[in-house]
Structures are given as C-alpha cells and as structure tokens.
Design a protein around this ligand. Structure first.
Ligand code: PRT
Ligand code: ZN
Length: 210
C-alpha cells in the first residue's frame, strides 16, 4: 500500500506542537532536523517537513494527503483544501495597528492611507468588505517597524501576546481574522480509509486533552 503523506512545518512556531501531536497519535518516527522526509515505522505514513507557506499547495496538488498549517496561511494562499480539524495551538489574530500617537482611530479613517503587511490577499478582502480604499504595501517581514520609518500609516500583522506591537510603539485597533493551526486534507484522496483513521487518532488525542 502506498503510504500517506502529511506535511508539517520544518521549523518555526508550529513545528514542535505538530511533532508532539503526531507522536501522541502513537506514530513512531525520527525527527532529525536535517531530514525533509521521515517514514513512520508503525503506520503507512511519511512526514514531509516544509516551509509553512508551501503546505497548502502541496495538499491541494496531492503531493501530500494531509497538512498541518495556520489558517492565516491557507487564507492567504487561496487554495482549495478541506478543513478537517482545528488543533488548538498556534493561536493568533491578524490585526491592523497604528502608532500610539496616530490620529487614526476607526476603520473608516484608513481610507486613503497606506498599510504594510505580509498578508495582502486577506487584507485586500477585508478592506473591500468594509468599503475602504487603502494602499496595501506588501513587504516580506519586520512589518512592525514600517510606521516608525515612515513607510506606512498602519500595519496588518499577526499578534499573539501583543508584546511586539507594544515594543514598537503600536496599538491594535481592528481584528481582521483569528487563526490557529488546523489539519487540512483534500477531497477525493486515494487513501480515504487511512486518512479517516489518522483523523480519528488526532481527534482522540484532542479529546484526551480537554
Ligand atoms: O519558515 P516558515 O516559513 O515555515 O515559518 P514562518 O516564519 O513563516 O512562520 P512562523 O514559524 O513565525 O509562524 C508559523 C505560524 O504560527 C503562523 O503562520 C501563524 O499561524 C502562527 N502564529 C501564532 C504566529 C504567531 N502566533 C505570531 N505571534 N506567527 C507569527 N507571529 C509573529 C508575528 O508576525 C509578529 O512578528 O510574532 C510576532 C508577534 O508576536 P507577539 O507575541 O509579540 O504578539
Ligand atoms: Zn512562512
């Protein structure tokens, strides 16, 4: 039987919890930092270690059957995947924030302003649904320093503790989306029985934690 493949983050905020979840499902595998693919010895499954941004497309295109990734990444990449299970870790929210001394206090006041973000797709939809015309400046990181450098009037970025906003003199004022890690799959997977068995194991691990 062809083994299933599950894609998880190679390193970063979701890696450790994803590995822990799979181990708690009773899956035996080596977790070498150097390997990109790890076979599971007691279940027909291979684990692919990837950049999180690539996971939704790998699942959509059938290179992986399942994936663990933040909802924010799925929404931003606009792929066709199936949400199978929320996983309860990696919780954060995508927020719009401005400098503490900014005069901008409401969503409507963003009209005509510039917003720096690494999430242009999600932000664009949010602004359109609120009838706001703002200039989205897509950058690849360190979004928080953008207003201080005079590069934008506001930012749109992920927030968990709020510490990063605070230490950069920023205050959040609008929630764009909330996110957590989710298990994703694809309709019409060749190996539906194995997929179902894995989902059930994940769900019983989550139930045991409640
Ligand atoms: O290398 P790779 O591309 O795989 O990883 P990455 O650097 O793109 O992502 P990573 O590891 O930073 O985050 C992976 C996922 O974790 C994200 O896609 C979210 O779903 C989730 N997550 C949860 C977060 C945060 N919390 C979070 N706080 N992702 C990023 N942050 C950043 C945020 O961008 C900001 O810079 O942390 C900072 C704010 O944190 P606080 O605690 O100061 O508010
Ligand atoms: Zn990434």
């Amino acid at each position: 039987m062809k083994p299933l493949k599950i894609a998880i983050q190679k390193s970063g905020r979701l890696n450790e919890k994803s590995v822990e979840l799979l181990k708690n499902c009773g899956l035996n595998f080596e977790n070498y930092k150097s390997s990109l693919i790890s076979p599971v010895s007691n279940f027909p499954l291979e684990i692919l270690f990837l950049r999180d941004d690539d996971i939704p497309e790998y699942v959509q295109d059938g290179i992986a059957d399942l994936g663990i990734v933040g909802e924010n990444v799925i929404q931003e990449t606009e792929v066709e995947v199936t949400y199978l299970q929320k996983l309860g870790f990696g919780k954060c929210s995508l927020k719009i924030a401005v400098q503490n001394n900014s005069s901008i206090e409401s969503l409507a006041e963003l009209d005509g302003k510039s917003i720096a973000t690494t999430y242009p797709v999600i932000l664009d939809k949010f602004l359109k649904s609120n009838n706001i015309q703002a200039d989205i400046r897509t950058i690849s990181g360190s979004v928080e320093i953008s207003p201080g450098l005079g590069l934008s009037d506001a930012i749109c970025d992920l927030v968990s503790t709020g510490g990063t906003l605070k230490s950069n003199g920023l205050k959040p004022f609008a929630d764009v989306m909330s996110s957590e890690a989710v298990l994703i799959g694809r309709k019409g997977s060749e190996n539906e029985d194995l997929v179902q068995e894995l989902i059930q194991r994940v769900q019983s691990v989550l139930r045991a934690k409640e």
